[in-house]
Design a protein around this ligand. Sequence first.
Ligand code: SF4
Length: 192
Amino acid sequence: MAVEKRLKDYGLQSERVMWPDKGPGVFEQELGDLEQRLMLTTVSKAVAWAQSSSVWPDTFGLACCAIEMMSIVSARYDVARFGAEVFRSSPRQADLLIVSGRVAHKMAAPLRQIYDQMLEPKWVIAMGACASSGGMFNNYTVLQGVDKITPVDIHVPGCPPRPEALVEGIVRLQEKIKAGVPPAYEIRGVAS
Ligand code: SF4
């Protein structure tokens, strides 16, 4: 759908700027559509597109959900279609942390350390019921939601979520990045 823009949105001066409630004229409408038709864009949009199309996850698995996570790179699910197949062994080369499984209190500090070592901008997906809320492990050993130690951008429900669900979570994250939604740590104001 074409985005409605007026001349003043482009920094141009016209009598329509003096009449802001007036709807866009035909010329302005065509000008607004031009960006879509000729693929003109801004640097920030191009950067957001590039970032969204090259989200590299950290190689990090915690429990049963990790098995489902591993399969997203297989030929059957082929997350390479979305540019997210490059699992990195170093958090310094990754910008997505998929928390796949329950987080024991003992693992909370290492997980947070991995998150801290990732460069910004970075995103977190809480995969499955355990990562999102502790799941069935409502006890003293398991963290009741990874958002207690790291900001979370996307929650993927399920126990375990199927690989398709995780792929959809990645696609939703891409949509957020493309739309210019800041990472969760910025929204929550949490020290990253
Ligand atoms: S959500 Fe289910 S599959 Fe995933 S770690 Fe918890 S118990 Fe295992």
